[in-house]
Design a protein around this ligand. Structure first.
Ligand code: AMP
Length: 212
């Protein structure tokens, strides 16, 4: 399965993509996680991406396509993958076709629908593990021990770009730059839309049904 997740920030893409990856035994490839790792490791990529991400703007297409090209060349991506956070622009989508478009499995695209009003509330309650990237929600899925990750024990924090100003910029980037990606795939007849409102398990079942 070669699956692309599209959805606004805070729509549950990361949470659902991680689950699907486990169920289908394929890698979960999150460009946001890769950039956050680069920042934590202090690499040149991280140095370039950090100020852009903090604002909530998009990192350049050239940089992102390079990252995905390298990642897709790894052996674990051959049998399939779940892409979370890429492509975020039509240019990225066109380049992705050139990288993976010729395999036997067609790309499938899933768009999680969550209205803007729900996003800001969700993101204000979202917390992320600084160690392994596990995602929590203070009301619906809090860590068992306050502020510590259930899986790895590292600190659970609010992402630096989960503040109100950056979220507004991220939503704007989604509408202006990423929604056209959904239109791009709709025209190719590979897009499925799934309602992203409701408990995580219910949304997961909807996603699985839409992929049959
Ligand atoms: P995410 O974790 O997917 O919400 O991504 C966090 C941030 O990383 C975004 O707000 C962008 O600044 C950057 N980013 C991640 N993926 C991409 C991409 N495909 N193109 C441009 N910027 C990206």
């Amino acid at each position: 399965m070669k699956l692309i997740f599209i959805g606004p920030p805070g729509s549950g893409k990361g949470t659902q993509a991680k689950r699907l990856a486990v169920r289908h035994e394929i890698p979960h490839i999150s460009t946001g996680d890769m950039l956050r790792e680069a920042i934590a490791d202090g690499t040149e990529l991280g140095r370039q991406a950090a100020p852009i991400m903090a604002q909530g703007a998009l990192v350049s297409d050239d940089l992102m396509v390079g990252i995905i090209r390298d990642r897709m060349a790894k052996s674990d991506a051959v049998k399939g993958f779940i892409l979370d956070g890429f492509p975020r622009t039509v240019v990225q989508a066109e380049k992705l076709d050139g990288i993976v478009g010729n395999g036997s499995d067609p790309l499938r695209v899933l768009q999680l629908l969550v209205p803007d009003e729900a996003i800001v509330k969700r993101i204000s309650l979202r917390r992320t593990c600084a160690g392994c990237g596990a995602i929590y929600h203070l009301e619906n899925n809090p860590p068992a021990v306050d502020s510590l990750c259930d899986r790895c024990g590292a600190e659970v924090i609010a992402r630096p770009d989960d503040n109100e100003t950056a979220v507004r910029t991220r939503l704007e980037a989604f509408h202006r730059q990423t929604l056209p990606v959904a239109t791009f795939y709709k025209a190719k007849n590979v897009l499925r839309e799934v309602d992203g409102i409701g408990p995580v398990d219910e949304v997961f079942e909807r996603i699985e049904k839409s992929l049959v």
